[in-house]
Ligand binder design. Structure first.
Ligand SMILES: [Zn+2]
Length: 99
């Protein structure tokens, strides 16, 4: 499974068109809140344990750039400089099915 096209359709929305014809539109807020890096995973885990729900602050969800990482993932650089999250195609499809 891989995208045929990735397009930024608005300042805060990305659209993936997959090779099976499916389309996924993700908001940058949603992607940042599901950042797969170890730091963010740990933070979300901690918040859950404490019953906290943290909302991202503005520049954290501002998409500064998007780069391919190998053949099966993208790396997003966020407005606050965070860029350790590697979003694999598989992960993105999983996120898509969560909504
Ligand atoms: Zn992260």
């Amino acid at each position: 499974m891989q995208p045929k096209q990735i397009k930024r359709i608005s300042p805060n929305e990305l659209r993936f068109v997959w090779n099976d014809g499916r389309e996924s539109v993700f908001t940058t807020d949603f992607l940042r809140m599901h950042c797969p890096c170890a730091t963010c995973l740990h933070e979300r885990e901690e918040n859950r344990r404490q019953g906290l729900f943290s909302l991202p602050i503005a520049n954290q969800t501002e998409l500064r750039s998007l780069e391919l990482s190998g053949r099966n993932a993208i790396v997003v650089t966020w407005g606050d400089g965070h860029k350790t999250g590697i979003y694999t195609w598989e992960y993105l499809r999983t996120l898509d099915s969560l909504r």
